[in-house]
Every structure is written in structure tokens, then in C-alpha cells.
Design a protein. Sequence first.
Length: 197
Amino acid sequence: MKTLQYTLPELPYANDALEPAISSHTIEYHYGKHEKAYIDNLNKLIHDTEYEDMSLEEIIEKSEGALFNNASQAWNHIFYFFTFSPEGAREPSGELRKAIELQFGSFDAFKKDFVDAGTKIFGSGWVWLACDESGKLLILQKSNAGNPLTDGLTPLLVFDVWEHAYYLDYQNRRAEALEKLWDIVDWDVVSSRYDMD
Ligand code: MN
């Protein structure tokens, strides 16, 4: 029997480092309370079950219901928060840059398509940039805890469109909240996820 398998990783930046795109108040609640609760629930749900010896990715691929929801939310938030940096590259580079320009026309056109896709998700969810085995890029709209891992795709970038992600700072203005995230995405992180594929 294992205890406390998953813990909340410490963020590589201060709570106020992403302001004004994301306030310290939002980080405190969104990461410190919402994400912590998903991780706590995940630990409770896998305790003394066959899932205890699986990786988090394996749990996401093999579970459903409450376990899938909490495991996937736990994974998605770490992926989301660790994509941001107060001092990262603000544009993609290398192979990812070439693929974005080839498929979307330009980096600006991609950003517009991505924010539009996130804005149009009805209710809670996540907008993803992912790629398939051939390197083809896909913008995916996922409801609730949805994740491209269950489609056999490689996640590259994600914006959280749950109200808890933006309501404290932007109230009902989701499009504006998503637009502001371009100021804090670290494209070195995103580009390296594509190169590794
Ligand atoms: Mn969230």
C-alpha cells in the first residue's frame, strides 16, 4: 500500500509572476485549491486499487467516471501551469514554427483560430494544440476533463476555459482572458514538446 502518491508540484515561478495575464489571487485558488483538490481526490480514488501502480497517463487512458475526471484534471493543470513563464520565448521556433505556418498560414492566424476554438467551447473544458504521429497539428475542443492522450495524440499546448480559470480576473470575458495568455506562454517549452515527438 502506498500513501500520497501524487503531490502538488511547486510552480517554477512566484504566484504574482504571471500578472497581469493571471493574477496571484487566481493562481492561489486555481492551482493552490482547485488543482490540489483534484490531486487529493485522485490519491483517494486510487488507494488500494489496481490503479495505484500505474502512471498517471496510464490511469487517464484506462479509467472512466470520477477517477478519469480527477486524474485528467490533475494532469491537465500541471501541463497548463508549467507551460507559462514570465520570461519565456513568445513565439514558436524550429519545426513547430514551420508546421504552424504551413498548416495555419501564420503564427497570428493560428493564435486567432486557437482562441476562437476555446471561446466557442460550451461550458467547462480545455482547448488543445496536439499532434499526431506524422507531426500534423490539431486544435481540439474538449469538454470537462478531456485530454488528447485518450485519442493517442501528443499534447503540445492547452488553455483552460473553465470559469475558475478566469472569472476572478476577467469575470465573463473568456475571449479576453485567453488572448492575454499569449503574453505568458513559453514557446520554448511548447516547441520542445513537438521536437520530442
Ligand atoms: Mn482549471
